[in-house]
Design a protein around this ligand. Structure first.
Ligand SMILES: [Fe+2]
Ligand SMILES: [Fe+2]
Length: 138
């Protein structure tokens, strides 16, 4: 069962960025599914790798998105970038804590990640999308 679903309300009206968001959602879902199914002796390694690849994908996506916001002259780019940076820091913090055994990576954390992604798409990402549409109409 997917923990987060794509629907058109999440679209930012930019094909490339929508595709990246879909992939992001997919990776969160796959990770959530696998948490329930991976053998317990493989679980630690699996979670470690999943966290790492989630961060790598987030970095990749944020760079593309920030570039796009720059191209359209989005006035709140710095604010948006700060939110991205904070998310990456959070993921790094999870990775460090998880590696040293100070964090149990469970469905609670999964929910936190999922909620962040969903809220970010619906609030912050939507703002640059609205700005771009308004600009096109002028
Ligand atoms: Fe964003
Ligand atoms: Fe985004």
């Amino acid at each position: 069962m997917p923990i987060i679903k794509w629907d058109d309300s999440l679209s930012v009206q930019v094909k490339e960025l929508d595709e990246q968001h879909k992939k992001f959602i997919e990776s969160v879902n796959e990770f959530h599914d696998a948490l329930l199914h991976v053998e317990s002796d493989q679980l630690h390694d699996f979670k470690k790798k999943a966290l790492e690849s989630m961060r790598e994908y987030a970095v990749f996506h944020f760079i593309a998105e920030e570039q796009y916001m720059k191209e359209i002259g989005y006035p709140d780019l710095d604010k948006h970038k700060k939110i991205h940076d904070q998310f990456i820091s959070k993921l790094r913090e999870y990775e460090v804590k998880f590696s040293s055994g100070k964090l149990i990576f469970n469905s609670e954390i999964m929910k936190t990640l999922k909620n962040w992604l969903h809220d970010h798409l619906l609030t912050e990402d939507r703002k640059y999308s609205a700005f771009a549409l308004k600009k096109q109409r002028q």
